[in-house]
Design a protein around this ligand. Structure first.
Ligand code: NDP
Length: 248
């Protein structure tokens, strides 16, 4: 039964990369469900402040934290800062990510390091720090990619590799943290209309064609699944495609 306060009333959530796109939509959706919300950003302070204002307008507490997920101290530190600002942490959404596509022979070491630092190491460190903070159970929800299920063409080696690491992490987190009532799940968006992958971009039509529904998804459609996982009790170690049938 839901209450007028929402199913996440009294819970504290951190959404990494919550200033734009899927992260911003997720922060707002969790707030609508009743959660207080912290978001991290790297450059976009104004956009992050807009999210804080929107969450506050819903009657929830919100804080924006500048933290580069590529920096190990900042990736872990953001979790501590969020928990301190909100008085605890119940939900971590590992959303911050970078998409670097390109031919194998043109992906340099600095790009490999940056993608793995944000998409993999940052997720590990945030999850590790969050697990230490989640004393009364918790929810760890990570944003992967449809490219872990199906790589529809060339250029995806680095990005698909980085996102595929999250499947192993999620299953292992589920096993290790299950006894403490902490669940870990992974959401794989298909093509979603954001700054990273605009529905009006040069490769958009081809991506839409690869889905069963023949269209891009909206950030809110991913956020709805994240919100479900934030409230679900008996779901852990699982992967969910929100991809319009990209993997079908
Ligand atoms: P956007 O590029 O639209 O937004 C990215 C968000 O992450 C911004 O808030 C950005 O902050 C933040 N961010 C980026 N790098 C860092 C960093 N190093 N440290 C902290 N924050 C950072 O991305 P999307 O919303 O499209 O993507 C969100 C997630 O979904 C990513 O993990 C992506 O890989 C995944 N995904 C997206 C798909 C899509 O089609 N859009 C498809 C499949 C997966 P700032 O504003 O400061 O730059």
């Amino acid at each position: 039964m839901t209450t007028t306060h929402g199913t996440l009333h009294g819970k504290a959530a951190l959404v990494t990369g919550g200033s734009r796109g899927i992260g911003a939509a997720t922060a707002l959706r969790l707030a609508r469900e009743g959660a207080d919300v912290a978001v991290t950003y790297r450059n976009g302070k104004e956009a992050a402040d807009d999210v804080v204002r929107a969450v506050t307008a819903l009657g929830r507490r919100a804080v924006a934290l500048r933290a580069d997920s590529a920096d190990p101290a900042e990736a872990a530190g953001a979790v501590d800062r969020a928990a301190e600002a909100l008085g605890g942490l119940d939900v971590l959404v590992n959303n911050a990510g970078v998409g670097v596509l390109g031919p194998l022979d043109q992906l340099g070491l600095s790009e490999v390091d940056r993608v793995l630092a944000v998409n993999v190491r940052g997720v590990f460190l945030a999850s590790q720090t969050a697990a230490a903070r989640m004393t009364g159970g918790g929810r760890i929800i990570t944003i992967g990619s449809c490219m872990t299920q199906r790589v529809p063409g060339p250029g995806g080696t680095l990005y698909a590799m980085s996102k595929s690491a999250l499947a192993g992490l999620t299953k292992a987190l589920a096993r290790e943290l299950g006894p403490r009532g902490i669940t870990a799940n992974l959401v794989h968006p298909g093509p979603i209309d954001t700054d990273m992958n605009p529905a009006a971009g040069p490769y958009a039509a081809a991506q839409a064609t690869m889905t069963a529904l023949g269209r891009f998804g909206r950030a809110e459609e991913v956020a709805a699944t994240v919100a479900h996982l934030a409230t679900a009790g008996y779901v852990t170690g699982a992967e969910f495609a929100v991809d319009g049938g990209h993997a079908a």
